[in-house]
Write a protein that binds this ligand. Structure first.
Ligand SMILES: NC(=O)C1=CN([C@@H]2O[C@H](COP(=O)(O)OP(=O)(O)OC[C@H]3O[C@@H](n4cnc5c(N)ncnc54)[C@H](OP(=O)(O)O)[C@@H]3O)[C@@H](O)[C@H]2O)[C@@H](O)CC1
Ligand SMILES: Nc1ncnc2c1ncn2[C@@H]1O[C@H](COP(=O)(O)OP(=O)(O)O)[C@@H](O)[C@H]1O
Ligand SMILES: [K+]
Length: 509
């Protein structure tokens, strides 16, 4: 699914009207109906009580007025409060004229801010994607007043004061919604941690916007939902054998962190790999062989950390990093690996696929000269702190996305910036946000599990680098979601994610 800019969203609105021979109020009526259908599925008129709708001067306010009329028709009690303005959009005016007399309406002023009781249901229809500058004056006063009221706030399209695709100044007034009901496509702002306090939960309602316009429009931003990865996992042919699905090599673990190697290996095995060999420090041999009997195991000459690179012949992908530690000898292994993997393999003519995580990323950050050695399509899986060590501190989440995109393009690699909405950056400069996963996964070892999944999928001959990583990130979150249905979020541990990779992947069969 694509994510469009605010400007492209306005063009989409126009294109839909032209394509479907609609007048703009008809599209507004659809948006209002979708919003009302959502609201009435959540709140009965008794639950809702008297609903206050705050309306701005543009089409977001017009949506609010149409919603007021439709809610009244459905038996809800509503009142509207209008933000004064010198100009109103034509569709606002249309819906103002058609607002039934039975809906009390008042004009907001500094002296007459609307009464909002704690717990009241308030619909925020002040500003939408037409926001042209941060809120100030009366608009900002109303938003602050609303945020202080401890009401149940539902935003139409986007919380007022929030830009759809860029940061607003730190001290600007923005509505803190409990839920945001938006139309057609998600907006970039919804996916960034810095906006979580404003967004609340959000959902997207289909209002029949032009599919053709969306298909023809280019954007760097994409959203990976179930439809995006449908059919992405190749069927296992009847006469396949363990050689068909690749032999992966995992370099992981150090004294005190063998669990990371165990988790990554377990995840790799559960993700359909044909064969897995792990190269681990000597101290981990019993732990590893006991916990992962399906994997083969090579032990390093050193007991506590990895100091040797095994021969790479015969492997289809290599993962390095989980629990690795940062010993100088392990750094030397990483350097040798980058050099060796860059040579085209006899089988594919391409570099050996690599997945680099955790301490291997920290070592890269400390020795940035190594970045030049990254083979094309290497997968890096930093969380924001690890990413900062590879680049620079970001001013905000938008700046971090710029850094992410530039890094992936410059180094021709796939970077998985992990978080609640994990973002995959491609060498072509696309950013793909993931929609699976839950806060239960914010627990030690979840990232090691992702590395194992990605390693298995990069060893898979039939998946392109991008397909493998997008699918792996999605499946990791899906496994976490299935795990949370059993253990709950607080009780979820990384091993639960491993145990649910099978059921998650089964959804593709
Ligand atoms: N396809 C779709 O997505 C559909 C979209 N629809 C709906 O339309 C909404 C977008 O409507 P919109 O373009 O009229 O803009 P909106 O946000 O109401 O505000 C613009 C007005 O506010 C003003 N203004 C701006 N910033 C301001 C500020 N800081 N302080 C004060 N004033 C400020 C601005 O004035 P100006 O910038 O010219 O000074 C102008 O008057 C969208 O979010 C969705 O709800 C649906 O109806 C149908 C399908
Ligand atoms: N709130 C969240 N919602 C969804 N996924 C999350 C959330 N928090 C963490 N995750 C996922 O869990 C993983 C955590 O990785 P990481 O920080 O490397 O953990 P570790 O180093 O302990 O393995 C990432 O894949 C991340 O996307
Ligand atoms: K709004």
């Amino acid at each position: 699914m694509k994510i469009l800019s605010a400007a492209q969203t306005r063009e989409l609105d126009q294109a839909t009207q032209t394509e479907q021979r609609l007048i703009s109020v008809e599209l507004m009526e659809r948006a209002a109906s979708a919003f009302v259908a959502w609201l009435s599925s959540r709140y009965s008129s008794a639950d809702a009580g008297e609903i206050l709708i705050l309306c701005g001067p543009g089409n977001n306010g017009g949506d609010g007025l149409a919603v007021a009329r439709q809610l009244l028709q459905r038996g809800y009690r509503v009142r509207v409060a209008l933000l004064p303005a010198t100009r109103h959009s034509p569709d606002w005016q249309h819906n103002r004229q058609h607002l039934p007399k039975a809906v009390p309406s008042s004009e907001i002023s500094t002296k007459k801010l609307p009464d909002i009781a704690a717990g009241a249901l308030v619909i925020d229809a002040l500003f939408g994607t037409g926001l042209s500058r941060p809120l100030a004056g009366l608009a900002a006063t109303v938003v602050t007043h609303l945020n202080q009221a401890r009401a149940r706030v539902i935003a139409i399209d986007i919380p007022s004061g929030l830009f759809a695709d860029q940061s607003q100044p730190a001290d600007s007034a923005v509505v803190c919604a409990q839920h945001t009901v938006s139309f057609g496509l998600p907006k970039l702002a919804f996916l960034l941690p810095q906006n979580a306090e404003y967004m609340g939960e959000w959902s997207i309602e289909d209002i029949g916007l032009s599919q053709k316009f969306v298909a023809d429009t280019t954007t760097p931003w994409h959203y990976t939902n179930a439809a995006a990865v449908a059919g992405a996992l190749p069927v296992r042919p009847k006469f396949s054998h363990k050689g068909t699905f690749g032999h992966a090599l995992l370099l992981a673990g150090s004294r005190g962190k063998m669990g990371a190697a165990v988790l990554a290996a377990g995840a790799c095995l559960r993700s359909g790999v044909g064969l897995l060999t792990a190269h681990i420090p000597g101290c981990g041999y019993d732990i590893f062989q006991t916990s992962q009997p399906e994997a083969m195991c090579l032990t390093d000459a050193k007991a506590d950390f990895i100091s040797e690179l095994p021969k790479l012949d015969g492997y289809q992908a290599v993962g390095i990093g989980p629990g690795l530690g940062q010993d100088a000898a392990s750094l030397a292994v990483l350097r040798q690996l980058l050099k060796a993997a860059a040579k085209p393999t006899a089988k594919t003519g391409k570099p050996l696929p690599l997945v680099i995580d955790a301490d291997a990323l920290n070592l890269l950050g400390q020795h940035r000269e190594l970045l030049k050695l990254l083979p094309e399509n290497t997968v890096l899986t930093p969380h924001p702190k690890e990413f900062e060590r590879l680049t620079e501190p970001a001013r905000d989440d938008y700046h971090r996305l710029d850094l992410l995109r530039d890094f992936a393009v410059q180094h021709h690699c796939l970077v998985v910036l992990k978080g609640a909405c994990t973002c995959l950056a491609t060498p072509e400069g696309e950013l793909h946000f993931n929609n699976t996963g839950n806060p239960g996964m914010a627990t030690g070892g979840s990232g090691d599990v992702l590395t194992g999944i990605l390693l298995a999928l990069r060893a898979h001959a039939q998946l392109s680098p991008f397909e493998a990583v997008r699918l792996g990130v999605y499946a990791h979150g899906r496994a976490g979601d299935l795990a949370a249905t059993h253990s709950g979020q607080a009780g979820l541990v990384a091993g639960d994610i491993v145990r649910h990779i099978g059921p998650a992947l089964k959804e593709w069969e």
